[in-house]
Design a protein around this ligand. Structure first.
Ligand code: CAP
Ligand code: MG
Length: 431
């Protein structure tokens, strides 16, 4: 009987990747009856040029586009992809290749895309973040300490006027940013246009009263033409940021909005709502460190990266890996977690730590991240016994304590708002 399939042509354990190859690290579990060798051949084949059967016609030049599975380490495989497989500057097509059909193959019981090394020949077609961390710090006039922000809570339901008033209290408590929640866009009770205008008015008042730069991550998420209109309105009212729910919006619209916002001096705050649909299962899906890498490549200014100690999943090891991918110029490899990455001229981006945080947990988060971070404390300020402004003050006092090498208990002796926060929450870790 003639050969039916040709997967083994996609495996060469002696192959040395070319300098222009993209190298992808996968975790994989073959299905029963499938050897590791067969499984990795199928992964490399289905994500490059192959299909399930031998073909009538196979021009010899096709070989140059074939991916090669070249290194197996337990349940991890490295696959090299020729640069010619990839459209220059198209993150959407990249995902269709290395994060597409392969997740549905019967030959694997589980498959997880861990990380990728992008060669200079690929990186060179992307602009990356417009500002970089230094640019953001310069724009906000905040150096050394983490940048801080909060979401009005309950997360949706306030009128635009109430939202702006809570924002004003947040800014007056010392925070730099007020963030829209991921599911707040423009509903009947809080239209985007009204929120933009009212927030701008109170931003200007807070800046006058504090002498500090204040800003907001106003959520423009929606169809791309609407996002463009909303970005224009933000510029008209003097805003320097927008917020996009990047996973639900999709790589295509984030790529479009990156250039649209960059041309208008708008930084992009990337919320990652829906990421846990594919990055939570340690055996199947796509890691957060890859999503963070993709978003830095496309060019958001910052993206949520987890807390390790708050209410949402994400281990300390994952959180640290995501922060390294976003902040470092040369990312060191970490077996099974990170691939080496030299970012070249691509600017860095801030990790954003948020989710179940309160002043009592600030030192825990800063011990993991250091201070090169955007720290969001939302329920943790609006739940303060003395209200939002006191809650923001308490969080700023906790940051000061960390930066001065003081314990919170010490600091609380001279900081009543922090003392009140500790009295309510102590070091409580939400479940
Ligand atoms: C946090 C938050 C953020 C989460 C997102 C929320 O509010 O506004 O969306 O941090 O998770 O809606 O839960 P709290 P992540 O501070 O009140 O918890 O940052 O992990 O993407
Ligand atoms: Mg939220």
């Amino acid at each position: 009987m003639s050969k039916i399939d040709w997967y083994e042509e996609f495996v060469d354990l002696h192959y040395k990747p070319a300098k222009d190859d993209l190298v992808v690290l996968f975790y994989f579990e073959p299905e029963a009856g499938i050897s590791k060798h067969e499984a990795i051949g199928r992964i490399a084949s289905e994500s490059s040029t192959g299909t399930w059967t031998t073909l009538f016609r196979m021009p010899p030049r096709m070989k140059k586009l074939q991916a090669t599975a070249f290194e197996i380490d337990g349940n991890y495989v490295k696959i090299a992809y020729p640069i010619g497989l990839w459209e220059e500057g198209n993150a959407v097509q990249l995902l269709s290749g290395i994060a597409g059909n392969i997740f549905g193959m019967k030959a694997v019981r589980n498959l997880r895309l861990i990380d990728v090394t992008f060669p200079p020949a690929y990186l060179g077609h992307f602009k990356g973040p417009h500002f970089g961390m230094d640019g953001i710090r310069k724009m906000m006039g905040v150096y050394k300490r983490p940048l801080t922000g909060a979401v009005p809570k309950p997360k949706v339901g306030f009128t635009a006027a109430e939202h702006a008033q809570i924002g004003f209290e947040t800014w007056m408590g010392g925070f730099d940013f007020v963030k829209d929640d991921e599911n707040l866009t423009s509903m009947r009770f809080n239209r985007f246009d009204e929120r933009v205008k009212l927030m701008a008015k109170l931003r200007d008042k807070a800046e006058r009263l504090t002498g500090e730069r204040k800003s907001a991550f106003l959520n423009i998420s929606g169809p791309t033409d609407i996002m463009k209109k909303r970005a224009d309105l933000l510029v008209e009212y003097g805003w320097n940021y927008c917020m996009i729910d990047v996973v639900v919006a999709g790589a295509a619209s984030v790529q479009t909005m990156r250039d649209y916002c960059s041309d208008r001096g708008l930084a992009i705050h990337a919320h990652r709502a829906m990421h846990a649909a594919f990055d939570r299962n340690p055996k199947h899906g796509i890691t957060m460190q890859f999503l963070a890498k993709l978003m830095r490549l496309i060019g958001v200014s910052q993206i949520h990266s987890g807390t390790a100690v708050g209410k949402l999943v994400g281990s300390k090891r994952e959180v640290t890996a995501v922060a390294d991918v976003l902040r470092d110029r040369k990312v060191k490899p970490l077996p099974g977690v990170l691939m080496a990455q030299d970012w070249g001229k691509i600017k860095n981006a801030f990790p954003v730590s948020s989710g179940g945080l309160h002043p009592g947990l600030v030192p825990d988060v800063l011990r993991i991240y250091g201070t090169e971070l955007v720290l969001l404390v939302s329920g943790g300020i609006h739940g303060h016994p003395k209200g939002t402004r006191a809650g923001a003050k308490a969080s700023m006092q906790a940051i000061d304590a960390f930066m001065d090498g003081e314990t919170l208990a010490e600091k609380a002796k001279t900081s009543p708002e922090l003392a009140q926060a500790l009295q309510k929450w102590g070091a409580y870790k939400p479940k």
